[in-house]
Write a protein of this length. Structure first.
Length: 306
């Protein structure tokens, strides 16, 4: 089985992303190309919902590589992220050895702490060879994990290896393609960032967001798509607890399309704000006269641009 080659230029990287429906700008394509070319992890930072995780999924799809996702959370430990031993199987093996009269404890210890009793979690899976080429290893929302786990990742990102006390050091024959994302709920230590190429994934401008909506929402009406994007662009300027990301824009456009809307109106906005905004305080601040005002401003801006 042949391994699908990596893109050989920035333009090829841009085509690879766009071909999979990910509307990217050239700066993102550049840092992604360099990450693939140099074999360095890609560190993506930005607000939730701007498309950071999707980049790893697109790479997996377009390069035909296995996607291994490590979803980070508070309290994430080595047993959940790297490996643990199959204690039940080990105990059965010990009981069988005792029943058979096998008294060589050293040999028994080596046997029960061998790889066949090892349960591999995402980090170990990412270091394994694959016929399709090194996998795409997504370390998602690293800022949710504790600093102690972040420090542990340094060995993985620096040397593409992990150390298991009972077995030794396991090193990847070829480094995985690593994508690290963070929503910046806390700062990530410089030691980890230095091992990566960095890119801030921002909210798209209106032109690019319109392209994304047209690409990802089949059947959306042209006027509706333009008004949805114009409204969301205005909405992001408001003082909100959580501004809507691209994911929310797509959800809203899809919901309005399902309702057979051809254009926005104040009633439709009021009825569907819960698709776009996720906090009641934000909804209360926008619904009613303020949403109509934002719609009028968006329409005026669209008319001026025509």
């Amino acid at each position: 089985m042949s391994v699908r080659p990596l893109p050989q230029s920035i333009d090829e990287t841009l085509q690879l992303l766009n071909g999979a429906g990910y509307v990217a700008d050239r700066s993102l394509a550049t840092v992604l190309f360099l990450s693939l070319k140099m074999g360095r992890p890609l560190f993506l930072e930005g607000e939730a919902g701007v498309g950071k995780t999707e980049i790893a999924k697109v790479l997996s799809q377009t390069l035909d590589r296995r996607l291994i996702r490590l979803q980070c959370y508070e309290g994430l430990d080595v047993a959940s992220a790297v490996y643990e031993w199959n204690y039940t199987a080990q105990m059965i093996e010990i009981r069988l050895a005792e029943a058979a009269g096998d008294s060589d404890r050293r040999m028994l210890a080596e046997d029960v702490f061998s790889e066949r009793f090892l349960i591999k979690r995402p980090v170990l899976q990412a270091l394994e060879p694959d016929l399709n080429g090194p996998p795409i290893f997504l370390i998602d929302e690293l800022d949710r994990a504790d600093e102690a786990f972040e420090a542990f990742l340094l060995e993985v990102l620096s040397d593409n290896q992990v150390t298991i006390p009972e077995i030794g050091t396991i090193r990847a024959p070829e480094p995985p393609v690593v994508v690290v994302t963070t929503n910046r709920t806390r700062e990530i230590h410089d030691a980890l960032k230095r091992r990566c190429l960095y890119h801030w994934v921002d909210y798209p401008d209106a032109e690019r967001e319109l392209r994304i909506v047209n690409e990802r929402v089949p059947g959306v009406r042209e006027r509706l798509a333009r008004e949805v994007v114009g409204f969301v662009q205005r909405l992001r300027r408001e003082d909100l607890f959580k501004k809507p990301g691209v994911a929310e824009t797509l959800d809203w456009a899809s919901a309005l399309t399902e309702l057979d809307m051809v254009a926005l109106d104040p009633e439709a906005i009021s009825d569907t704000l819960g698709v776009l905004l996720k906090y009641q305080d934000d909804i209360g601040r926008i619904e009613g006269s303020r949403s109509k005002q934002l719609l009028d401003e968006a329409r005026a801006e669209l008319a001026a641009a025509e």
